[in-house]
Design a protein around this ligand. Structure first.
Ligand code: A3P
Length: 330
């Protein structure tokens, strides 16, 4: 609790949480992930301590515009990729692809997280300065989205990933940022927490199922994407994404190979090797390179034991039973 009252390391804001929030936090269940991240359980989901204080202002103050595109993901599901693709589609008429801002700017800067607009007294992001149509991102669960997102005509694209790869990707990321070794005892402890639902923005099942249901109830409003499907058939999924954004590729663009060019620009190999993503850091001092690790499906097989996989399979069967939702693991 004390930690939240200290000067924020990222924005230097000494009073980034209100008294009301401070009181609320005292009442919330809390768990610490082995990599050192404190999670608070608020209205059915676990929020990292550095973001919990953004939730209520986000819910109360964010005014969605009908033209907004909100990219939502479970962390480490390919958010960076989705941001790059959506930005490239939205800006096809603004810049030639070989002069795209993506070549010199990390996708998280071009498509910021909404939490940045509700960060203490001096938010990093001034939404009023953001040109319309806005593309913004969040990891917030569907049940916690501001009503203005649900009630307006803005569109939501949701991206998730099979839980084993998501777990491994998140663990690598968190260990790297906290300088903790990614060893078997760490994996065992954090996997157990993940399976108990304790993970950033988890439980995983609830996050995924909420958006899955929303996408089935309002398909024109919520597009549900899976990382594995995008990796397997990127062309079809890019077309689906562009159509959902109201910016379908023309026959001419298709025949000129624009889809392939967008995919190449936003590919893991291309983004990873750009100077900005190889050598620069974000405002929190985290190197952008941490967002580009392997970019593969099935890397979990290098780390998880058969009994862990069996535990996950059982959980998947139980949690997703009757939903029609499943994931590819390789
Ligand atoms: P791995 O850790 O499995 O390699 P997020 O962007 O949500 O933080 O997710 C990060 C994951 O997406 C990492 O997975 C990262 O390597 C992968 N990734 C990043 N950019 C990608 C891209 N352009 N194409 C495919 N995967 C990408």
């Amino acid at each position: 609790m004390e930690k939240l009252k200290e000067t924020c390391q990222t924005c230097g804001d000494e009073e980034r949480i209100s008294e009301e929030m401070e009181e609320l936090l005292k009442t919330l269940p809390m768990e610490k992930l082995p990599e050192g991240i404190d999670l608070y359980f608020y209205e059915g989901h676990w929020y990292p301590s550095m973001f919990i204080h953004c939730i209520i202002p986000f819910q109360q103050q964010f005014k969605a515009q009908d033209t907004d595109l909100i990219l939502v993901s479970f962390p480490k599901s390919g958010t960076t990729w989705l941001k790059a693709l959506a930005f490239a589609i939205a800006n096809l008429n603004n810049y030639p692809l070989n002069e795209s801002p993506l070549l010199a700017t990390n996708p998280h800067v071009l498509v910021p997280f909404l939490s940045d607009a509700f960060y203490g007294k001096n938010p990093f992001l001034k939404l009023e300065d953001f040109p319309s149509p806005r593309i913004l991102a969040t990891h917030v669960p569907h049940s916690a989205l501001p009503t203005s997102i649900k009630d307006s005509d803005c569109r939501v694209v949701y991206l998730c990933r099979n839980p084993l790869d998501q777990f491994i990707s998140f663990s690598h990321f968190a260990c790297k940022l906290s300088n903790r070794p990614f060893d078997p005892s760490f994996i065992e402890e954090s996997f157990d927490m993940f399976c108990r639902g304790v993970s950033a923005y988890g439980p995983f099942w609830d996050h995924v199922l909420e958006y899955w249901k929303a996408s089935r109830e309002r398909p024109g409003k919520v597009l549900f994407l899976k990382y594995e499907d995008m990796k397997e058939d990127p062309i079809s999924h890019l077309k689906v994404l562009a159509k959902f954004m109201g910016l379908p590729f023309s026959v001419e663009e298709e025949s000129q190979g624009v889809i392939e060019e967008v995919l190449k620009l936003c590919s893991f190999d291309n983004l990873k090797d750009l100077e900005v993503n190889k050598n620069e850091k974000n405002r929190m001092g985290h190197p952008y390179s941490v967002f580009f690790r392997k970019g593969e499906v099935g890397d979990w097989a290098n780390y998880l034991t058969p009994s862990m996989v069996e535990r996950m399979n059982k959980l998947m069967e139980e949690k997703f039973a009757g939903s029609g939702l499943d994931f590819k693991f390789s």
